[in-house]
Design a binder for this molecule. Structure first.
Ligand code: 16G
Ligand code: ZN
Length: 534
């Protein structure tokens, strides 16, 4: 039985934010941290109810705002299988959270009670969930808001909360997937260290790069990577963590990290500016380490970005080779999932050169994940921004285990190095490194497979972004009526021109993407499209 007085007392103490609307968007709730008390209070209870609907299995709750600035924070729920909250729950959770900030306690309580009753059939199931947070200053307080709500609703003894403290987002996804009460980040580390050890031959393996520099955005990734590399079979003197000051949350994501590098097309800032050599390989994590991009500088000191599209193509090339060598190519379907933001030349390379099928979905990891899972035995998906992973089907697991040839074994071990629950900067880094080592490819070898078309992503503020409606996986506008033909007339004037316009799901802005073959004309194309939009 829910004790209404107790819930009221807790609600009154925690929920200070009033008259404000939140949306559970592509990445959960995200906002300025000072406004998130009410959100946390409600979200915890809902994560527990979600656990009950799964018969008491662990759900996961991650407190993070990824690449957002230090003053922001956010929260998202993870399903027991390690994937993101079932999309059909998103409108419900949005409605309930907004009742708490825009209505009376009674109205919120009644609606929560109705929801609770509609989802639970018996009182016997004890909800379980796991919690973790990134390195933001506001995280411990928000965690307190969340647990206070849950304990008031269920009673301290009728809910099991396992708090992991500091973790990266993908670590929380992975531990949720394992569903084991006593597992910790140590188990995550051991799992991936072992997977690596099965593929990496050790000291006599020649590395196709001199140093590996990892920019961890002054976020939680630095702490977790440091723990990971302690027992990682890899020459310690070759790996260097940059921007590792996670204990100074005001530096999080500032002038560094995957988002900075991808959008600015330049090196992140860091204190000791070592001289870069073309033989060095660089990568950047984002603030919660679920995204990664690579890059290097050539001998003319030109910066080369190896983003999510390049990671996809690298994996596609490598896995296709292994499939061929293992003679499983005809039985297992390999495919790549991208969004409209994928560079046109990456799509061309995968379809024309590798002859691997490509699907395009809407922006947001859940769409790519779903497509990779439903269409392929090996489904590689990456957003251009570096968020992605590879999904291996049940059929894949069976076939590679039955086959004893060397390539099939390698395929199996490679599948173990990948965090299949969600994009994971650490696991993806291992995947890229082992692929480069196996192919004996330098960063330049990787990069030269195809050349990115010049492109530009900008955003404009419009009075009402909801007026922009898209179709065809966001590649075309249906509203405002009449705008799409004008956009097409415009980009068709440019060689290999392409452009699309969509409302952002995370910011009050409209994004404009343009690409064409001529570097000197990309600004012009972008300006012309912008003039049509505003
Ligand atoms: C969210 C998505 C990310 C996507 C971005 C697009 C997840 C976990 N995150 O951060 O994948 O690229 O939104 O933002 O799905 P936008 O709608 O503002 O362009
Ligand atoms: Zn992130």
């Amino acid at each position: 039985e829910v004790n209404k007085e107790k819930v009221y007392a807790a609600f009154d103490q925690i929920c200070k934010t009033k008259n404000y609307n939140f949306t559970y968007g592509t990445a959960g709730f995200r906002d300025h941290a000072i406004r998130l008390d009410t959100v946390m209070f409600t979200t915890g209870i809902i994560a527990a109810i979600r656990s009950i609907t799964h018969g008491g299995k662990y759900t996961g709750v991650m407190i993070t705002a990824s690449h957002n600035p230090p003053q922001d924070n956010g929260v998202k729920i993870v399903e027991p299988k390690g994937d993101m909250l079932l999309p059909s729950w998103e409108p419900e959770i949005t409605r309930l959270v907004n009742l708490a900030s825009n209505n009376t306690f009674d109205a919120w309580f009644d609606a929560m009670m109705d929801f609770y009753k509609s989802k639970t059939t018996s009182d016997d199931v004890i909800p379980h969930f796991m919690l973790a947070h990134d390195s933001r200053e506001s995280s411990p307080h928000l965690l307190h808001c969340l647990t206070t709500g849950v304990e008031a609703w269920f009673g301290v003894n009728n809910v099991k909360i396992k708090c992991h403290g500091l973790l990266t987002t993908p670590q929380l996804h992975f531990l949720t997937f394992l569903q084991r009460e006593n597992d910790s980040v140590k188990d995550y580390n051991t799992f991936f260290q072992n997977a690596w050890a099965n593929l990496y031959k050790g000291d006599d393996e020649e590395l196709p790069f001199d140093n590996l520099y990892v920019d961890t955005a002054n976020g939680i990734g630095s702490r977790q990577l440091e723990l990971f590399i302690k027992d990682w079979k890899f020459p310690n003197d070759r790996i260097h963590i940059l921007n590792g000051d996670y204990q100074n949350p005001s530096k999080l994501n500032i002038d560094c990290g995957a988002d900075f590098v991808k959008t600015q097309h330049k090196l992140p800032k860091h204190e000791t500016n070592t001289k870069l050599s073309p033989r060095d390989l660089y990568c950047s994590f984002d603030g919660d380490a679920d995204r990664i991009v690579f890059y290097y500088q050539d001998s003319q000191e030109k910066f080369h970005l190896l983003d999510g599209d390049k990671i996809s193509t690298l994996f596609a090339k490598f896995l296709q080779k292994l499939l061929h060598e293992s003679q499983l190519g005809s039985q297992l379907k390999l495919g790549v999932v991208q969004t409209a933001y994928a560079n046109g030349n990456s799509t061309k390379y995968i379809t024309d050169k590798l002859c691997v099928p490509v699907s395009c979905t809407k922006t947001g990891v859940k769409h790519l994940h779903h497509e990779a899972q439903s269409s392929y035995d090996i489904g590689i998906y990456f957003e251009a921004n570096g968020h992605g992973t590879i999904l291996f089907s049940e059929k894949f697991q069976q076939l590679v285990k039955m086959n004893t040839n060397h390539a099939a074994k390698k395929l199996y071990h490679f599948s173990q190095i990948i965090n299949q629950t969600v994009g994971d900067a650490i696991a993806d880094m291992l995947g890229v490194l082992i692929t480069l080592i196996s192919l004996k490819w330098t960063a330049h070898d990787w990069d030269k497979e195809y050349q990115d078309l010049p492109n530009l992503l900008t955003k404009v503020i419009v009075p009402d972004r909801t007026l922009f409606e898209t179709t065809d996986q966001e590649r075309k506008l249906v509203k405002p009526v009449g705008l799409q033909p004008k956009i097409e007339d415009c980009f068709n004037k440019f060689e290999q021109g392409r452009s699309f316009v969509r409302a952002s799901g995370t910011e009050d802005a409209v994004r404009i993407y343009c690409e064409c073959s001529d570097d000197s004309k990309i600004k012009l194309l972008s300006t012309e499209i912008t003039e049509l939009v505003v």
